[in-house]
Ligand binder design. Structure first.
Ligand SMILES: N[C@@H](CCC(=O)N[C@@H](CS)C(=O)NCC(=O)O)C(=O)O
Length: 226
């Protein structure tokens, strides 16, 4: 089944990681894959460009079907292989609504984390402002408080959208994993860090753990002063 799937991916990319977790959860191991290096600009190759006009990863193909948005790939896999592996989107309307809510809210957490963690990467030297970085940090702290509140409300041992591991966890875990990796103080998000500890050894997550992180478990300390 998975042999006619192809994933173009790069290590450490949260969008790629979430697709890989979904593939694992849906028992689609054995898919074809190409690991591309950002450093070598391999994601800009003609093979990817032919499928994805933005030349980004993940780029995913199943037979003749091409999908290159990570949330889209995750939803496609769940719908196409509903009864295979972990059920990631519940049928109950209220539960389903919460899964979708947390899934798409992840974009906020991801962007606000990037705006601090990768500020120097995104903003050329002459355009950097202390005041902008400070504002980005404040925005990220406010966002983290929301997620802390969600976990607090659901109680200890809960996943992001309730008592079961769902698509909300598939898409958000790779973003949450960046906080300890980039040295975010635990006090900023103690509940998220408890959640991280609970989920990090799940087989789908371990099987897809970023290769660079395996070699060097600590990343740069760009979230240290949050
Ligand atoms: N909305 C896309 C975003 C994909 C994306 O931003 N990919 C990044 C890696 S995390 C990328 O390919 N960056 C290289 C580039 O844009 O040149 C998704 O969720 O799949």
């Amino acid at each position: 089944m998975a042999q006619n799937m192809m994933l173009y991916w790069a290590s450490g990319s949260p969008p790629c990681w979430r697709v890989m977790i979904a593939l694992e959860e849906k028992l689609l191991q054995g898919y074809k894959q190409k690991h591309l290096s950002f450093e070598k600009n391999e994601h800009k190759c003609e093979e990817v460009k032919a499928l994805n006009p933005r030349a980004q990863v993940p780029t995913f193909k199943h037979g003749d079907i091409v999908l290159n948005e990570s949330f889209g790939v995750c939803l496609y896999l769940e719908n196409t292989f509903k009864s295979q592996g972990t059920r990631l989107i519940p049928d109950d309307p209220a539960e389903q609504a919460l899964v979708y809510q947390r899934m798409f809210e992840t974009e906020n957490l991801q962007q606000k984390m990037y705006d601090v963690a990768f500020y120097e990467w995104y903003v050329p030297e002459g355009e950097r402002l202390e005041s902008a970085l400070k504002r980005n940090k404040e925005n990220l702290i406010t966002e983290l408080k929301l997620w802390e509140g969600y976990l607090e409300k659901m109680g200890k041992g809960s996943y992001l959208a309730g008592k079961n591991f769902t698509m909300a966890d598939v898409v958000c875990f790779p973003v949450i994993a960046y906080f300890p990796y980039l040295h975010c103080p635990k006090e900023r998000c103690p509940r998220l860090m408890e959640y991280y500890e609970m989920v990090k050894d799940r087989p789908s997550i371990k099987a897809s753990w970023p290769l660079e992180w395996q070699k060097k478990p600590e990343g740069p300390d760009t979230l240290k002063n949050l």
